[in-house]
Design a protein around this ligand. Structure first.
Ligand SMILES: NC(=O)c1ccc[n+]([C@@H]2O[C@H](COP(=O)([O-])OP(=O)(O)OC[C@H]3O[C@@H](n4cnc5c(N)ncnc54)[C@H](O)[C@@H]3O)[C@@H](O)[C@H]2O)c1
Ligand SMILES: O=c1ccn([C@@H]2O[C@H](COP(=O)(O)OP(=O)(O)O[C@H]3O[C@H](CO)[C@@H](O)[C@H](O)[C@H]3O)[C@@H](O)[C@H]2O)c(=O)[nH]1
Length: 438
């Protein structure tokens, strides 16, 4: 199959590379010329384990190409994937301007029958709108079919998830187009759910919203555990043993971030409002998540106030919204830095994806320092905060850290460490909801 993937971000690039690995002839297209020139050279413009090697391999086969010429890319393929961003607007609704721009390009370039596959996360009603919009612009509805094919990959395991999806959801009105998509995905052997546009769109938002609900739910349990002297890690363990509940997405912490959960929960609330439905559970999920980083931080600030005068030096371990990605979008660590900054002499960030201050949201803030080593970050620090559970932070020698720090206090924002081990090393260990002693 000749396939074009429009949008070469996290989703589009992963999709293009994996489709090439399934023996399709694939063009990745983007208006961002710097991304395209990197990709052509075999350089992934973002961090994603394993994907760079597969990119190089696929480029060598000649089955994968990248271009910034969107028109030619459309004309040379029979199946066109749309994987552009759908960010939040101020009011929480999804901004569909990039999708509309791609629709205009397709309408202007179409030169034969195309299956148009919407991979971007789009609100209920968008695939139907796209089909009507293209019909109007092209003037011949027989020249294309639109299929909703939402993406469920996670950053940090994008390649694995794309090669081993739990399910493939295909929504649409054309049996012919759906058969083509089934054929494309057939080598993956995943379960396929065939449905209509609106259901496919809602499956994507409902899935992300449900996972976000699990996270906010356990974060609320964490707040109770904190007051009651219970251990939320064991509460999650005990809950997760019930197969009806499941053990995943029950890690309490500073809250969820990323380019998906925050935006998709907001967009679903906004869609529901437009439809006259109030989503009370999701509104609460958002509120809990918004307040969660500060709930944690309060505990550290209280301890610091009792221990040492301001301004403080704080080492911040991890700025990305989760490990194994360079994505900082909506990272709760950013909220923490912004909240702490006025009280600090320095915030020293250490993150394996960050080398320079211009890779942080504060390129000109002299109080934000990017460190290359843990020792540098800990030197004379009054406290450390673990925001992202990168593997490198599991290897910290805490005895040495205690010797380096002015005040060996650690706030564990992901309940990542073993409290006994850290206390034995001499750290004043703070977590949330891990029993009376933390
Ligand atoms: N990132 C994820 O983990 C993930 C997972 C599942 C679904 N999604 C959804 O997939 C979509 C894409 O997300 P992403 O994280 O890959 O976004 P991204 O911001 O990384 O990439 C989007 C790309 O689209 C390009 N683009 C914008 N307008 C264009 C145009 N007119 N023509 C060609 N290219 C254009 C941009 O230059 C950019 O490279 C979003 O709807 C998102 O919600 C993301
Ligand atoms: O028990 C948990 C699990 C996750 N998180 C946080 O939740 C956020 C999201 O994590 P994760 O879902 O692993 O990352 P994403 O890459 O954002 O993936 C989500 O969003 C994608 C974009 O829509 C979907 O495709 C995926 O299925 C969905 O998991 C991160 O900040 C995590 O730290 C927790 O706090 N506790």
């Amino acid at each position: 199959m000749r396939i074009t993937v429009i949008g070469s971000g996290y989703v589009g690039t992963t999709t293009a590379i994996v489709l090439a690995s399934l023996n399709h002839q694939v063009i990745g297209a983007d208006i961002d010329t710097s991304k395209i020139s990197k990709l052509k050279k075999g350089i992934l413009p973002f961090v994603e384990p394993g994907l760079n090697d597969l990119l190089s391999e696929m480029l060598k086969t000649g089955r994968l190409n990248f271009t910034d010429n969107i028109v030619t890319a459309i004309q040379e393929s029979d199946v066109i994937y749309i994987a552009v961003g759908t960010p939040s607007r101020e009011d929480g609704t999804a901004d569909l301007r990039y999708l509309q721009a791609v629709a205009d390009r397709i309408a202007g370039a179409i030169n034969g029958y195309k299956v148009i596959v919407v991979k971007s996360t789009v609100p209920v009603g968008t695939n139907r709108w796209l089909s009507d919009y293209l019909s109007d612009k092209i003037g011949n509805p027989k020249l294309f079919d639109v299929v909703s094919n939402p993406e469920f990959l996670r950053e940090g395991s994008a390649m694995y998830d794309t090669l081993h999806p739990d399910r493939t959801v295909l929504g649409g009105m054309s049996g012919h187009a759906i058969e083509i998509l089934k054929e494309i995905y057939q080598p993956l052997g995943s379960k396929v759910l065939i449905t209509d546009w609106e259901t496919a769109e809602l499956i994507k938002y409902a899935s992300n919203s449900f996972l976000a609900t699990k996270v906010s739910f356990i974060n609320e349990m964490c707040r109770i555990a904190e007051r009651a002297g219970a251990n939320v890690v064991e509460v999650a363990q005990g809950m997760g043993m019930d197969v009806r509940i499941g053990a995943k997405f029950l890690n309490a912490g500073i809250g969820y971030g990323g380019s998906c959960f925050p935006k998709d929960v907001k967009a679903l609330i906004a869609t529901a409002r437009e439809l006259g439905v109030e989503l009370k559970i999701l509104e609460a999920v958002e509120t809990v998540n918004r307040t969660q980083p500060l709930f944690y931080l309060k505990k550290l600030v209280q301890t610091l106030r009792e221990t040492v005068d301001k301004p403080w030096i704080v080492a911040l371990l991890g700025l990305t919204f989760k490990p194994n990605t360079d994505d900082q979008r909506e990272s709760p660590a950013i909220r923490i830095v912004e909240e702490l900054l006025p009280d600090c002499q320095e915030i020293r960030i250490i993150d394996p994806t960050i080398e320079f201050p211009d890779q942080t949201p504060w390129p000109d803030e002299r109080k934000v320092v990017v460190c290359k080593t843990v020792e540098e970050a800990f030197s004379a620090a009054d406290a450390a905060i673990l925001c992202t559970e990168w593997e490198m932070f599991a290897k910290i020698n805490w005895e040495e850290a205690v010797r380096c720090m002015r005040n060996p206090i650690l706030l564990d924002g992901r309940n990542f460490y073993n409290p006994e081990q850290l206390r034995a090393a001499g750290i004043r260990y703070l977590a949330l909801g891990r029993g009376n002693s933390t």
